[in-house]
Design a protein around this ligand. Structure first.
Ligand SMILES: Cc1cc2nc3c(=O)[nH]c(=O)nc-3n(C[C@H](O)[C@H](O)[C@H](O)COP(=O)(O)OP(=O)(O)OC[C@H]3O[C@@H](n4cnc5c(N)ncnc54)[C@H](O)[C@@H]3O)c2cc1C
Length: 408
């Protein structure tokens, strides 16, 4: 049937998806004018990008709330929309919602106190890394709760980390060494740092473990609950009221949690951080795109940081690409590669999808493979806003109560 859609002619296959070229449909009819109109309409419709075709060919189950936990094309478009709005803003993106408010006096005399209240020593907002600090505080004997707006679950894509960093979690009583063994999917050495024409340095034991966030967070979640911790899953932070003797959290779902301390672990897009920063545009942003793919024969070492080219133009912007590459735990031929860059957010800054379009060309050259021989298992992306000014200093200047400890 031919009804206003672009006809596609397959070129060479990539990731099981044919690459398409628009082509005039072979329609023979007396009503040539109508056909021409239909064809012209068809031609004006956008041909999907290589990124879209690759991403839509992968089934993405198990997306979660934390950074790098969404793999679908629609989630990429959503993040690119957020990124575009950051780029288009002058200095202030938009007046942020006032999530934290100060109330003079004691909580027991307030109107909120009459509503049903759960009492804790500490409430941690945001569960991905929040569950770790919540467990450390529970180990110390405090009554702690975690509020997470999604399911509290780690992402499928491994975290690369050094054993030394994990051992700090053992020292804090959050994990034991068996947990580390259980959650570690892969380990590899040596690890390279290299810059074009500047030589290479090979190191050992740096970011040389691939840890399963799904397993690690499940282990810590169980420990937290066993210690008496309470998790409010599928619940969003709506407002935080600071009294002389309590920090009180209201959830969008209606629950009220009173505590002595509220910890913000809601990541880079925390509403508390937005309020403290007055909705200000970030000074710089790290953009990262990548994939986990099957088909790398040379897969025993990693790149902690590698740059094989100097500054290049992407659209109207200039960027320098850096790379990371890690063997993945899902199989001996599976490898994660990340391409990242640092930009000032401006209207002509490249979008994540544009970076991915570059990535499909550059990654095979960087890794010495052909994209035709790779099966893309997952596409990964994220943005990391950065500011020159310290958040804690800003919080102090803005008189926002430091009963809210800042996580980002
Ligand atoms: C592509 C990519 C690759 C990465 N690779 C690595 C790696 O290899 N190794 C590594 O160590 N790190 C890696 N990171 C970074 C790592 O993912 C982050 O450091 C980690 O996820 C940060 O956790 P977080 O809890 O601070 O923030 P987030 O991961 O952003 O989590 C914030 C949590 O808060 C919740 N939340 C947000 N708003 C609310 C609200 N209003 N109410 C309730 N809950 C809320 C979210 O649902 C989420 O669970 C990577 C990140 C990306 C994007």
């Amino acid at each position: 049937m031919f009804s206003g859609t672009t006809m596609m002619v397959p070129l060479r296959p990539c990731n099981g998806v044919s690459q398409y070229l628009s082509k005039s449909p072979m329609v023979h009819t007396k009503r040539q004018t109508t056909v021409r109109n239909i064809y012209m309409k068809a031609q004006t419709q956008a041909v999907p990008s290589r990124t879209q075709r690759i991403m839509e060919s992968i089934s993405v189950g198990g997306e979660v709330g934390g950074a790098g936990g969404a793999y679908s094309y629609s989630a990429l478009k959503r993040l690119d929309k957020i990124w575009s709005s950051i780029c288009s803003a002058e200095t202030v993106q938009q007046e942020p919602q006032q999530v934290v408010s100060d109330f003079p006096g004691v909580f027991s005399h307030s109107a909120l106190a009459e509503k049903a209240v759960h009492k804790f020593d500490v409430v941690v907002c945001g569960g991905t890394l929040g569950i770790f600090i919540a467990t450390a505080l529970s180990v110390k004997g405090l009554k702690v709760s975690v509020v997470e707006r999604n399911l509290l679950k780690g992402r499928e894509q491994e975290w690369n980390i050094s054993r030394k960093e994990l051992m700090e979690l053992v020292e804090a009583g959050i994990l034991n060494e068996n947990d580390i063994e259980e959650a570690t999917a892969v380990s590899f050495n040596p690890n390279r740092c290299g810059f074009e024409n500047k030589g290479e340095i090979w190191v050992e034991d740096i970011l040389n473990l691939g840890v399963s966030p799904v397993k690690l967070i499940e282990i810590v979640k169980k420990r937290f609950i066993a210690l008496g911790g309470v998790i409010f899953e599928g619940c969003s932070v709506s407002g935080i009221s600071i009294y002389d003797d309590a920090a009180v959290l209201q959830l969008a779902e209606g629950n009220i949690l009173s505590s002595r301390l509220i910890i913000d672990a809601m990541g880079n897009f925390s509403p508390v951080v937005k309020q403290i920063r007055g909705g200000r545009k970030p000074d710089g942003v790290c953009l990262v795109v990548g994939s986990c793919a099957h088909g790398f024969k040379d897969n025993s070492t990693s790149d902690v940081i590698y740059s094989s080219s100097s500054v290049k133009k992407v659209g109207n912007a200039e960027v320098q690409y850096f790379w990371e590459a890690f063997p993945a735990g899902s199989g001996p031929l599976d490898r994660t590669t990340y391409m990242f860059t640092y930009v000032n957010p401006q209207p002509d800054s490249p979008k994540l999808e544009e970076l991915l379009e570059d990535y499909w060309d550059l990654m095979p050259k960087y890794q010495g493979v052909s994209i035709d021989n790779l099966e893309i298992l997952r596409v990964i992306y994220g943005i990391f806003p950065t500011y020159c000014e310290s958040l804690v200093m800003l919080a102090a200047y803005s008189h926002l109560s430091l009963s809210v400890v800042l996580g980002a």
